[in-house]
Structures are given as structure tokens and as C-alpha cells.
Design a protein around this ligand. Structure first.
Ligand SMILES: [Zn+2]
Ligand SMILES: [Zn+2]
Length: 724
């Protein structure tokens, strides 16, 4: 179950030790540049092989990395085009958007004889956007409020307040009137305001004049955004919008690469097709060079990624998509005898895609590898050769091995509710055509639990992005939380403030600030981090617990103060479920309410002091939900949850569903993007998108109660029926 110690065993012990031993084989100089994982706390490890962790952390957000380059499929296609395309643009580099064209010449002297040498390289990079596919453009609405006159403050450019010297350069330029709303300017006056460069006389002084857009481009956009002052940077981030490059139309490629064709299409066309279509096109090419890219494409299709394009930037892939992209990289690998470590590979997958994912896991095993999977999904547990169950509880109540052996028989059966709730209204979405949506009209009922389902890539997230921008709607997602290892559930939820005040009140001469390891109360040796980094010369460095505070983060005198028999470090070490009791005894009502909500969202096992950086995506989402539930003044009454069951064991899902019922009965509207059958069966209303993924999806294929849903012929409906 969640928090029982799976991650600690698999990642922090097995994978960490393997990584550490491999790192030690590198020369000391190289090791100096590598991250040094701490030695795991284990007495003996035997039979360890090299481990490769295939995790869900997002892929590098470099603008130059795409699905195609990350999996090397694009690399193979460049070779194919450089050999077979007409007219030929050049070598493989001529088809690469990361290689610029360059040429040069110069005189050199060889054995006293002067020679002129020329050099030329043809790269595929679009010269206009330098291979980024987009160029910055200025959003004039952020510079000028055209409904106002200049005298009334139409100019919103920083440092141009009405009456200021910079403002006078415009208002008194004589190029346009200052007492007429900008929207009534003639075309020429507008051009003068935004673009023109000239000389004007203001207050008797000659000065050079630059239209606002021109000024922004010349004075600001030529500089690095990071080097600007904070208020200027915020302004630039608002005012500059990125649009498709007008020269390459977003393909990132130079003309010669865009106009070189193979069987009627260019490499730019191929990178823009869905992977399923790329595979079909490649099969029409009779060349041994087509074999390698096809192998990668087949793996991607088997993993249910057929709706992606090769041009998709890796930074925009979801956690699950990133993990499957890494799988495509490894399936083609010639390595054997490797331990592959997966972190919930089925998270976010439709049951239909889970079957295919399982086949790939078996393929990796059959190539002679060890496959270690952290997973709750019964379908994946069923194909395992060995299942290790940890527990019995979570957090301090877990951490023991309960059983090792064959997969436990998990029924995975669910039951439909007898009755569904009646909606109190509807949230209307009309003509949604974001991404692959095909002009969707749908009513999301209010006051009930609605599940948005569909195979990966069918348009669920796109539909959620079409929700109105409204402060009644709160999206609770799995993105990272602000804060670092200095933040924890207590500080994030605000419970810490209440506890600090209670400590100060209970102890004469103490102030609330003393009970914070981020300020006065910090252990002087480690400044409140609880760890010190030890440098071993050029060889290695490691974080070890601080010897002075023994990792408790607080100064010794602070730990002398007690509240209801515990010091502050002991309170932070309490799991939320025990903290409820403590807060009741100590009469810290605000903190007690927070801890109760943490228990309600299934986070009762988290200690109040656990660093936020160690939380999983699902835990982060539940923590955000708890914060919303504590906020009595919150205005949002429509809550959108993105796959709330990710990482949850069946038992925890039951708890979560009970919470959902309480919330809906408490007049909230819940919208869950979810595949889990237990949640589908528990819904009041299901909106199913499909029928397929990518261009084959984007339509509402069903919108009804779960019972009516069973009669529909959709992939999701079939899988729900199987579980009944
Ligand atoms: Zn371009
Ligand atoms: Zn310390």
C-alpha cells in the first residue's frame, strides 16, 4: 500500500547501491563531476547487476529535444532521407534542425606555399528561428491599453507613468494626440506609436524617438531575460508571445530540408505525422535503412504512444509518457543482464494499454534482463514471476516484508452504485477544439462526481484545459509544490504556524520564531537542514546527518521546550494520524483540523516534518486537496482532479472514494480524469472520450450514468463491464 516502503527498498536500496558501485569504477576525476548517492543502509546485498532506473520524472525540457531525437528515430530517418530523398539536400546533418549551415574560407601556408582553403557545411537548421520552430512576437495589448488616452495612462510599458520624462517623449512627440483614445488613432498614428524610429522635440530638447514595440525589441529583447530586473522580466514574460516561425512554419528546418521528398513527403511532414502514420509510411519504403526506425516505432505503438508525433518536445510529455519514451529507448538496446527498475509503469494507462505494456515488460525479461516493478495494478502483478509485498501499514507501521512468492489473487472486481445523484446544474463546454478535440459540446453536471475517461491521448486533458478560467474552479494536479527540503506538510498546510504559537504560549520567554528551523530555531551547525555535506577532496561528497542536532534540525535549547510532553522535533516526527491525538491533547485546534484532513485524503502516514521534495506525484495531489479542504473561505466549489488514484493501493482507493462521497454530499462538484474501474463504477456521471487516440479521438463517445455506460460500445465501457 502507499507509504509502505516500496520505494525505499527498490530505489533507495537496490538501485542506489548498483549506481554507487558503477560510479566507483570511474576514475576519481570523473567521479568528482557525478552526483554521489549516499551509501544505502543495508547489511548485505548479493547478486546485484547493473541497474537502470526507468522513472517518471519529466524529460529534459530543452527546446531542442523531441520525442524523435530522444528515441533516435529521427536520427535514423535523417540517414534514410540523405540516401534516398529527391532532390538530395546533403548528408544526414542537412536534415537536422540542430545543425546550422556554415561556410568560410581563408589562406593557409603549407611548406611555404600559400593556399586558399574553403569549408562548407550544410545543416538543416532554419536560419530565421535557429531551429527552435518559434519566434518571439510582441503582444501589443500588454504595452498599451487602447481604450484609454495617453493622458489617462494608456501606456503600460514600465517606467512610463503619466507625467514622467519617458512618458512625455511619447505624449508630447506631436506624432499623435494625447487626449484621444488610442483605438481611435489612424493607421499611421498607430504605426508611429508602435514602430516608427525618428527624431522629435520635447520640451525644447531634440531627442531620438522609438515606437514602443521597436523600443522593446531593441532595448530589451536583445538581452538575456535572466539579466533583466525583476519587474522588467515579469513585463517581458507577459508581453512577448511565441508564434510559429514564419519561415519554416514551426518545422525548425531550413528550406532545402523541407523541399527534399521521399515517396511524396518531406522529413518535416514525417515529424508532424502521428507515429501510427509514420510507421505505415515507412513500410512503403523498400530499404534496409527503414528497419531500425521501424523497430523503435513498433515499440512506441505497442506502448500506446501512437498518437504522439516525432516533433513533440520532450519537455511537454507527461510523467507516464516520459517513462514509456525511456522504455522505447531501452527496448532497442543490445544490453543484457541489466536490472530494469520501473516506477508504476501503468500509472495513467488505460486498461487496454496495460496489456501491451505488460507484454513489453515480459520482452525485456526474455532478453535476459531482470525487471523490477513497483506497481499496484492487479493486471501487472498477475504476470509477475515473483511478488514481494511490503506492509502491513504505511509509514512507521510499514517497512516489513509480508510475503514473497506467487502473485496474490486479486479480484479487482467492482460494483456499481445503486443510485446516482441528481445534478444541480451544468457547466457547459461548447465547440471545444483545443488540440485533437473535434468541436466538442458537452455538459459537465454540477453537484455530482463526474469521471472523464478514455484511452491515453483521446483528449481528456485537452478537454480539461477548455474549462472556463473561473475562480469557482480549482484544478488539483500532481505538479511539484513550491518549496524544497525546507518545506514539509506542516509548513505547507499552515499547521506549523499554529503549533509554533502554541509552543511559545506554553513556554515563558519563548517566541514563535524559535520553533522554526528556517529561522531563529535552526541548529547552528547545519543551519536547520539536518544534514551536512562532507567533501572527500576530489573523490566524493555525501550528505550525512548533522552530528550536533542528530538530524533534528533544531538548536539544542529549543528542544528543551515542551508542549503537552513533546518537544517540537518530536511533534514533527509524528505521522498525521497520531498528530490528531496530540493536537487534541495540546488544544491546538487549527493544527488538529489540518491533520484530520491529511488523514481524510489518505495521507495519515506522512509525518508532519517529511520534506516535500520526497513526496510522489499522487501524494502531492492529495496534499493540495487537503489544503483546499482546510480552507473555509475557499470560493472554488468545482474541484478537478487529475488521476487521483495514481500510486494508491486498492484499500486506499476505498478511503478516497469515501472522501469523494463526503465532499459531493457537502455540495462540491468533483471532476476526475481517471481510468480506474473502481472510480468509474462509483461515478454519478461518465464522460468518455475517444473512440481512439490522437486524430482518431477527440470526440465524446458517451456521456451518461455508469449503468447506461455499460450498454455503450467503447473501449472503456468494455473494460468496466469485465470488472463487474
Ligand atoms: Zn524557422
Ligand atoms: Zn544540525
Amino acid at each position: 500500500m502507499s507509504g509502505s516502503g516500496k520505494t525505499s527498498l527498490v530505489f533507495d536500496t537496490v538501485a542506489a547501491e548498483s549506481q554507487r558501485l558503477i560510479n566507483e569504477t570511474y576514475p576519481g576525476f570523473v567521479q568528482g563531476f557525478m552526483q554521489a548517492p549516499p551509501r544505502p543502509d543495508v547489511d548485505r546485498l548479493e547478486g546485484l547487476t547493473a541497474a537502470i532506473v526507468v522513472g517518471q520524472e519529466p524529460m529534459a525540457a530543452s527546446a531542442r529535444s523531441t520525442f524523435g531525437t530522444a528515441t533516435d528515430i529521427t536520427g535514423h530517418l535523417r540517414v534514410l532521407f540523405s540516401r534516398l530523398a529527391e532532390p538530395r539536400a546533403g548528408g544526414p546533418a542537412a536534415y537536422s534542425f540542430n545543425v546550422p549551415s556554415a561556410s568560410g574560407q581563408g589562406a593557409i601556408e603549407v611548406n611555404g606555399v600559400k593556399e586558399v582553403r574553403r569549408f562548407e557545411r550544410t545543416g538543416g537548421m532554419c536560419p530565421r528561428c535557429e531551429g527552435r520552430g518559434e519566434v518571439g512576437d510582441v503582444d501589443k495589448r500588454q504595452l498599451v491599453d487602447e481604450t484609454l488616452t495617453l493622458n489617462d495612462g494608456a501606456i503600460m510599458y514600465p517606467g512610463m507613468r503619466v507625467g514622467s520624462w519617458m512618458w512625455r517623449a511619447y505624449a508630447e512627440s506631436g506624432l499623435y494626440p494625447a487626449d484621444v483614445p488610442v483605438k481611435e488613432f489612424t493607421e499611421e498614428q498607430k504605426r508611429d506609436l508602435y514602430e516608427t524610429e525618428t527624431k522629435v522635440k520635447v520640451g525644447g530638447i531634440n531627442m531620438s524617438y522609438m515606437g514602443l514595440v521597436t523600443r522593446l525589441k531593441t532595448n530589451v529583447l536583445s538581452k538575456l531575460v535572466e539579466s533583466l530586473q525583476k519587474h522588467m522580466r515579469a513585463f517581458v514574460e507577459r508581453a512577448v508571445v511565441f508564434v510559429d516561425c514564419p519561415e519554416c512554419h514551426g518545422t525548425r528546418l531550413a528550406q532545402h530540408a523541407r523541399e527534399s521528398y521521399l515517396n511524396g513527403v518531406s522529413i518535416a511532414d514525417v515529424c508532424d505525422m502521428e507515429l501510427a502514420d509514420v510507421s505505415a509510411w515507412l513500410r512503403t519504403i523498400n530499404s534496409p535503412l527503414a528497419v531500425a526506425p521501424l523497430r523503435g516505432l513498433e515499440a512506441a505503438l505497442d506502448l500506446g504512444l501512437g498518437y504522439l508525433t516525432l516533433a513533440r518536445p520532450t519537455g511537454t510529455l507527461s510523467g507516464g509518457e516520459a517513462q514509456r519514451t525511456r522504455m522505447v529507448q531501452h527496448i532497442g538496446s543490445a544490453l543484457t543482464d541489466v536490472t530494469y527498475v520501473f516506477d508504476e509503469p501503468t500509472a495513467g494507462l488505460h486498461p487496454h494499454d496495460v496489456t501491451r505494456m505488460n507484454e513489453l515488460l515480459l520482452q525485456l525479461r526474455d532478453k535476459g534482463n531482470t525487471v523490477l516493478v513497483v506497481e499496484h495494478n492487479p493486471a501487472t502483478m498477475a504476470i509477475a514471476d515473483c511478488v514481494v509485498e511490503l506492509g502491513p501499514g504505511a509509514g512507521v507501521a510499514g517497512g516489513e516484508i509480508l510475503s514473497v512468492g506467487a502473485a496474490p489473487s486479486v479480484s479487482g472486481k467492482v460494483a456499481l452504485k445503486e443510485e446516482v445523484r441528481e445534478p444541480t446544474g451544468a457547466l457547459e463546454i461548447r465547440g471545444a477544439s483545443h488540440n485533437n478535440l473535434k468541436g466538442v459540446d458537452v455538459d459537465i453536471p454540477l453537484g455530482v462526481l463526474t469521471v472523464i475517461s478514455g484511452v491515453a491521448g483521446s483528449g481528456k486533458s485537452s478537454l480539461m484545459e477548455c474549462l472556463p478560467d473561473d475562480d469557482r474552479i480549482l484544478v488539483v494536479d500532481q505538479s511539484s509544490l513550491s518549496g524544497s527540503r525546507r518545506s514539509n506538510p506542516a509548513t505547507y498546510t499552515g499547521a506549523m504556524d499554529a503549533l509554533r504559537k502554541a509552543f511559545a504560549k506554553a513556554n515563558d520567554g519563548a517566541t514563535p520564531g524559535m520553533f522554526s528551523f528556517n529561522s531563529e530555531g535552526a541548529c547552528p551547525a547545519c543551519s536547520g537542514t539536518g544534514v551536512v555535506t562532507v567533501e572527500f577532496g576530489a573523490m566524493d561528497s555525501a550528505d550525512v546527518p548533522c552530528e550536533v542536532c542528530e538530524g533534528r534540525r533544531f538548536a539544542a535549547d529549543v528542544l528543551g521546550y515542551e508542549l503537552a510532553g513533546k518537544n517540537i522535533a518530536e511533534v514533527l516526527a509524528l505521522p498525521a494520524v497520531e498528530a490528531v491525538e496530540f493536537c487534541r491533547e495540546a488544544k491546538v485546534t487549527a493544527a488538529k483540523r489540518v491533520c484530520e484532513q491529511l488523514v481524510a485524503v489518505g495521507l495519515g502516514y506522512l509525518t508532519l516534518g517529511q520534506p516535500l521534495s520526497t513526496l510522489s506525484g499522487g501524494e502531492r495531489q492529495r496534499l493540495k486537496l487537503a489544503v483546499r479542504l482546510c480552507d473555509r473561505k475557499a470560493t472554488a466549489d468545482i474541484i478537478v482532479l487529475d488521476e487521483p488514484t495514481v500510486g494508491l493501493h486498492q484499500k486506499d482507493i476505498d478511503t478516497l472514494l469515501r472522501l469523494f462521497d463526503t465532499l459531493v454530499d457537502d455540495h462540491l462538484t468533483l471532476i476526475c480524469v481517471e481510468h480506474h474501474r473502481a472510480v468509474l463504477a462509483h461515478a454519478d456521471h461518465i464522460i468518455d472520450l475517444g473512440p481512439g487516440a490522437g486524430s482518431a479521438g477527440g470526440e465524446v463517445v458517451a456521456a451518461c450514468s455508469p449503468r447506461e455506460f455499460l450498454d455503450k460500445d467503447t473501449l472503456t465501457a468494455r473494460y468496466l463491464a469485465q470488472a463487474l
